[in-house]
Design a protein around this ligand. Structure first.
Ligand code: SAM
Ligand code: SF4
Ligand code: F3S
Length: 348
């Protein structure tokens, strides 16, 4: 009997794409997909370390699966992959000594993906991040920024059957700083978008995640405006509404820059919808500074806002700053979420 596997994915789209490569690695080695976790001989949790809550969910699931395996006497091995082991394997081994081991994403990415049955197809165009936002674990978990060559990206896209897919997502932590090569020449992100549309005509719609406001160029806005196949929903995380806090976060832009960017996008692409991410309760944030975030969200006309309370991540710059009390973070987060909910009602 061949071995069977099941993968549970936490975190962002890049992790979803990595899970497809993990599935590719396992299938290359003769494993077959199992319908549910209990039916699998090999269970993989592909993890996220972005906030403490994400890590607690992984530990909770691990305990449950280990309990099931013991009480039902399952012939099963449990592995962890992704951003948690990339940050701290020793801590995981201490907290979950029953774990059978780790799977490496770098190794898995050498295998062609076994793509999920989803209307979205994902292709990772770059790995890692060099921005070191003060709160963020990603540069530690994913290493330095590395752009893939355009030929390799095009070849991967050309392998995808788009007959049952609605959209292709190009993925990177900061796609605006993509710096690959095509036929020996440097190529920027806007140029890559045009190249993909020119060479891969089966792509029904093209989207990308994530743009960094400090690196979003006029050229990119022009390419989106010109190319009807590029999604008009643009994700542009602002993170905070106050310049002092943005500086503490090491984001590299001001609110004036961000608002100018929004105005430019809306002038060139009238149907654009702009979504964002916000962190509430960054260390040393005053109530007046939080109020700046609140006002920004109330007035900027975002189509969607993902909010999160600040979570200290070991090893990051912000983890060394004195944190706010958790009850202050929770109260501000509730206030912001109520504002977002009332805006949704008004816009219905
Ligand atoms: N590269 C993207 C960017 O620059 O926005 C996404 C980074 S992260 C994977 C996704 C979101 O998680 C961020 O936009 C941020 O709002 C949130 N996040 C990251 N670190 C956090 C932390 N320590 N506490 C709370 N939220 C955090
Ligand atoms: Fe994290 Fe900042 Fe890099 Fe985004 S740009 S992944 S928030 S360090
Ligand atoms: Fe993604 Fe979470 Fe890692 S958001 S990059 S899976 S820390």
């Amino acid at each position: 009997m061949p071995e069977t596997y099941h993968i549970i994915t936490f975190g962002c789209q890049m992790n979803k794409n990595d899970s497809e490569h993990l599935a590719g690695l396992l299938e290359f080695n003769g494993c077959q997909p199992a319908d549910n976790p209990e039916a699998a001989n090999i269970l993989v949790l592909n993890t996220c370390a972005v906030r403490d809550k994400a890590e607690r969910r992984v530990y909770g699931q691990l305990e449950n699966f280990n309990y099931l395996r013991r009480t039902k006497n399952l012939d099963q091995k449990i592995f962890l992959a992704g951003c948690m082991p990339a940050c701290n394997k020793a801590e995981i081994k201490k907290r979950a000594p029953f774990l059978d081991g780790f799977l490496e994403i770098e190794e898995a990415r050498r295998y062609p993906p076994r793509r999920a049955d989803s209307p979205e197809a994902w292709v990772t165009i770059m790995q890692g991040c060099d921005n070191y936002c003060a709160y963020c674990i990603v540069p530690y978990a994913r290493g330095h920024e590395r752009s893939r060559g355009a030929e390799e990206i095009l070849a991967e896209i050309q392998q995808i059957d788009f007959s049952r897919r609605e959209v292709l997502f190009l993925l990177g932590q900061n796609v605006n700083s993509y710096a690959g090569e095509f036929q020996g020449q440097k190529i920027s992100f806007p140029q890559l978008l045009e190249l993909v549309l020119q060479k891969c005509t089966a792509v029904p719609k093209l989207a990308f995640l994530t743009s960094h406001p400090k690196d979003m160029s006029d050229e990119l806005i022009s390419v989106i405006a010109r190319q009807a196949k590029i999604d008009r929903e643009i994700h542009l995380p602002v993170q905070h509404g106050n310049d002092r806090v943005l500086q503490l976060m090491n984001r590299g832009y001001t609110i004036k820059h961000y608002l100018t960017l929004l105005a430019k996008i809306r002038a060139r692409i009238p149907s654009a919808k702009i979504s964002t991410d916000i962190i509430v309760g960054f260390p040393d944030e005053t109530d007046a500074e939080f109020q700046d975030t609140y006002e920004l969200v109330r007035t900027a006309g975002f189509s969607r806002v993902n909010t999160a309370g600040f979570s200290a991540r070991a090893g990051t710059a912000a983890a060394k700053m004195p944190p706010l009390e958790q009850k202050v973070i929770d109260e501000r987060l509730n206030r912001l979420n109520s504002c977002i909910n009332s805006l949704k009602k008004v816009n219905k």
